[in-house]
Design a protein around this ligand. Structure first.
Ligand code: NAP
Length: 287
């Protein structure tokens, strides 16, 4: 069992930290809004720290799941940041969806402390975090990964080292690029079926067993048809992720015409009041 810290008890972080505690790890948590950390400790046990630095001090592994690049810099290399508490040989595992650039920057900063950094964005959403079945895409050294992987598996069903620092984030970008195109295609299919007057549930039932089937169709098709979007992964987060993908594509020369277009479609959804709706709300701008 490991002595671990966890920074960021949001929708994803709180259940991930709970799985670590349930598996028997010794968990110290930090959350910016301290009431959330106090409530987490009251429910699950463990210790609440007053700063990221305190949460990282003396830990073998420090986990983190905050919002974006700037948030991540703040809790790591900012004042009272976790990196000022990291000891020699400690491993910092970041589950935030962020840029590959910040991952490389923090990898350098961790090395200077004799510690290691693993970028480890996740897929599987809130349900995946709550049920401990996330998919984790990692970038880092094989040595650090070998130590961290069994602990990460406390809340994951799949975890893989993709290459050096930044590779986990690059893999997550591909995940988001694929989702953007699939959700737009599914939106158009359902919209077309509605206009054609077909029984959409029957349509989805039959075509999901063929070549058009997808996770999105299985899990979101029915609710998209019903216009229900109040769950899952928010449009605001998706736009943050697509901005990361498009910025990376400008650097590596990849052409992402559909991703760029779908990003603008999501801007329409935001303008229509859907900032916190699920990503499947892409269909709402067609109906
Ligand atoms: P969330 O519920 O909004 O939680 C964000 C957490 O980060 C909160 O604990 C928040 O603290 C903390 N935080 C944000 N900015 C901070 C700062 N500057 N300093 C200190 N703490 C800060 O978000 P979430 O849904 O858990 O998502 C977290 C990350 O996972 C994001 O990068 C997201 O893209 C990614 N992700 C989310 C999902 C999903 O389905 N939700 C799926 C895959 C990946 P406070 O409580 O004080 O606000």
């Amino acid at each position: 069992m490991a002595k671990v810290g966890f920074i960021g008890l949001g929708i994803m972080g709180a259940p991930m930290a709970r799985h670590l505690k349930v598996k028997g790890h010794e968990v110290t948590v930090y959350n910016r809004t301290s009431a959330k950390a106090a409530a987490w400790v009251a429910e699950h046990g463990g210790t609440a720290a007053a700063t990221p630095r305190e949460a990282a001090t003396g830990q073998a592994i420090v986990f983190c799941c905050v919002g974006n690049d700037d948030d991540l810099r703040q809790v790591t290399i900012g004042p009272d940041g976790a990196f000022s508490g990291l000891g020699q040989g400690a491993i910092f595992v970041d589950h935030t969806t962020a840029s590959a650039e910040v991952a490389r920057e923090l990898d350098d900063a961790a090395r200077q402390k004799g510690a290691s950094f693993i970028d480890a964005p996740v897929s599987g959403g809130q349900a995946g975090a709550e049920n401990g079945v996330l998919t984790v895409m990692c970038g880092g050294t094989p040595e650090a990964y070998a130590t961290a992987e069994p602990v990460i598996m406390s809340f994951a069903r799949a975890c893989r080292l993709m290459g050096p620092a930044g590779s986990g984030q690059l893999t997550k970008m591909i995940n988001q690029i694929c989702i953007a195109g699939i959700v737009q295609g599914l939106s158009e299919g359902i919209h077309f079926g509605q206009k054609a007057g077909l029984d959409i549930e029957a349509v989805l039932d039959v075509i999901s067993k063929g070549a058009a089937g997808s996770w999105q169709m299985e899990n979101r098709g029915k609710t998209m048809n019903e216009g229900k979007f109040e769950f899952g992964f928010a449009v605001d987060w998706m736009r943050k992720d697509l901005a990361i993908c498009l910025a990376e594509a400008r650097k590596n020369g990849a052409r992402l015409p559909l991703t760029a277009l779908v990003d603008q479609f999501y801007a329409d959804v935001q303008a229509n009041g859907g900032r916190r709706w699920d990503t499947s709300s892409l269909i709402s701008r067609l109906t």
